[in-house]
Every structure is written in structure tokens, then in C-alpha cells.
Design a protein around this ligand. Structure first.
Ligand code: HEM
Length: 271
């Protein structure tokens, strides 16, 4: 008598699904039981392939990166969505901008919460990007092969600050107008290019913000800067993958070896 039991109904159904053409057209590779199969699965899946095939186990820990880059990206998405909603009501005209914002807060459904979400997310993004930069520096992840991504990161940091700066003028309230007046006058003190930068920011020869400044800051804030930031973020993420994911600490074997020169902190070989 055979000791092998017949497959149950559920098992049979599972096998039928897995051998169907639909299943096999989506999942090309079997169970990830070998390193080759694991690599093929990573590369054949649109979501998994955003990560490198091999990553350092320690660099995957939440307490290593604190997900600060991910939080910054999440806040950027919140800012984009809430910003688009604000654009439905806000008109960048010096005569109406202030009352637009007041009406948005008091008369538009969910206007106050959307505006506050936009403002808070902006403050938080400055904090999270700064902390992310400090974390990367602390772990020495700016060293080769990640030096290019560090430069992309510095540009993203400056763009984050510029987005905050340009957004501050838009409510056209006293604190915003005066802050931009002070900020753009500071540009005057830069050697050689100071006067030109001031003119570009203010949009003329005036010493204080005018309608020209408002439309300029508005265009920079809603279109120009976010577009550059989005493209640079795509480059940043692509580059993280190409550099082998987040840089982990060196393996113990390397720490033990008394090297006269510090070695690259690289565990990952896949590109
Ligand atoms: C809009 C701003 C930014 C976003 C959305 C962003 C996003 C990310 C994400 C998701 C990661 C993966 C690991 C992690 O979460 O820590 C990362 C890694 C990295 N980021 Fe950023 N980042 C931004 C700004 C910056 C800045 C300001 C710098 C430095 C000046 C920087 C330099 C790097 C480097 C070098 C890595 C690789 C880190 C490693 O290998 O450990 N990024 N970034």
C-alpha cells in the first residue's frame, strides 16, 4: 500500500493556479530557494527591483537610517498634493492674495486643515532633510562610491530651503512680506553678483516686494523648484540603487584587520 497521501483540494487548486499562464506571465521564477532564484525574483519584480539584489543586513535596520530619507519623500508628496488643492483657490495678486488665504481658512470646506497640513509638512521637511543629511554624514555615506549622490543631496537640501523661502511670501501677510524684504536684501551683500541676485529675487529695482516679486515667487514655488526637486529625487533614488543601497557598516572581518589606510565601507557588489 502506498504511504504517499493524495494532494488535498486546496493544494491542487494552488498547483493549478501556479501552473496557469496568467500566473506564470506575472511571476516568472519559482520559490527563492537559491541565490540565483532570489536575484531573478528581485530583478523581475517592478517594486522589488527598486532595491539592489544584495544589501547589507545592518543597513536595512530602521534604526540605522531612521527612514529619514523616506520621511522626507513622504512629506514632499504631502506638500505636492495639498499644494495642488491650495492652487484651486489662491490667486497670486498683491491686491487679493491676503484675503484669498483668509477666505480659504474660514469659508472653504477643509481649507484650514489643508493649509495647515501644507505649512506643517513644509516645516517638518526642512527638519527631516536636515536630519537625513546629518545621518548620512555621521555614517560616512558621502564617501565613494556615493559622493555624487551626496552632491545631488546637497542640491535637494538647498531646493528644500528655497521652497520654504518662496512659499513664505505667498500669503502676502506682513511677516511674510517683511521677511522676504530682509532675505532678498541680504543677497545684496554677496560680492560681485549681489545686486543682480537681489534684482532677480525682487523682480526689479525696488527695495521691497511688489506684484513682480509675488508672481516670481509663486512660479518658482509651484512649478520651477518642485519640478527640479522631483527630477533630482528620481536621480537620487536611482543612484541609491546603483550604489548598492544604503551603506552599511564594514563587516567584522574588515574591522579586525589592522589596515593602515581606511577601506571603502562597501559590502555590496551588485549594480
Ligand atoms: C528631498 C530631500 C531628500 C530625499 C527625499 C532623500 C531620500 C533618500 C532616501 C529614501 C534614501 C535611502 C536611505 C534613507 O532613507 O536614509 C537616501 C539616501 C541617501 N541620501 Fe538622501 N534624500 C534627500 C536629501 C538628501 C540630502 C540633503 C543629502 C546630503 C546632502 C542626501 C544624501 C544621501 C546619501 C549619500 C544617501 C545614501 C545613504 C547611504 O548609503 O547610507 N540626501 N535619501
Amino acid at each position: 500500500m502506498s504511504t504517499q497521501s493524495k494532494p488535498g483540494m486546496l493544494e491542487q487548486m494552488g498547483q493549478a493556479i501556479k501552473s496557469s499562464q496568467i500566473w506564470r506571465s506575472i511571476f516568472r521564477h519559482g520559490y527563492p530557494d537559491t541565490p540565483l532564484n532570489q536575484s531573478l525574483i528581485m530583478m523581475g519584480n517592478v517594486f522589488l527591483h527598486l532595491h539592489p539584489v544584495k544589501v547589507s543586513r545592518q543597513a536595512m535596520r530602521v534604526t540605522y537610517t531612521w527612514c529619514l530619507g523616506g520621511i522626507s519623500f513622504f512629506l514632499f508628496l504631502v506638500l505636492t498634493i495639498t499644494g495642488v488643492f491650495l492652487m484651486f483657490y489662491y490667486i497670486p495678486a498683491d491686491a487679493t492674495a491676503y484675503s484669498n488665504i483668509q477666505a480659504l481658512q474660514s469659508a472653504v470646506a477643509f481649507g484650514e486643515i489643508v493649509r495647515n497640513m501644507h505649512r506643517w509638512a513644509a516645516h517638518l521637511m526642512v527638519i527631516s532633510v536636515s536630519l537625513h543629511m546629518i545621518r548620512v554624514f555621521y555614517h560616512g555615506a558621502y564617501k565613494p562610491p556615493r559622493e555624487f549622490n551626496w552632491v545631488v543631496g546637497v542640491t535637494l537640501f538647498l531646493l528644500t530651503l528655497l521652497l520654504s523661502f518662496t512659499g513664505y511670501l505667498l500669503p502676502w501677510d506682513q511677516i511674510g512680506v517683511l521677511a522676504i524684504q530682509v532675505g532678498s536684501n541680504m543677497a545684496n551683500y554677496a560680492p560681485v553678483v549681489g545686486d543682480a541676485v537681489h534684482r532677480v529675487l525682487i523682480g526689479g529695482i525696488d527695495q521691497y516686494p511688489t506684484q513682480n516679486t509675488l508672481i516670481r515667487f509663486y512660479t518658482l514655488h509651484v512649478l520651477f523648484l518642485p519640478l527640479i526637486a522631483a527630477v533630482l529625487m528620481a536621480v537620487h533614488f536611482w543612484r541609491i540603487r546603483k550604489d548598492g543601497g544604503a551603506a552599511g557598516p564594514p563587516p567584522p572581518s574588515r574591522l579586525e584587520a589592522a589596515e593602515p589606510e581606511p577601506q571603502p565601507r562597501e559590502l555590496v557588489t551588485s549594480r
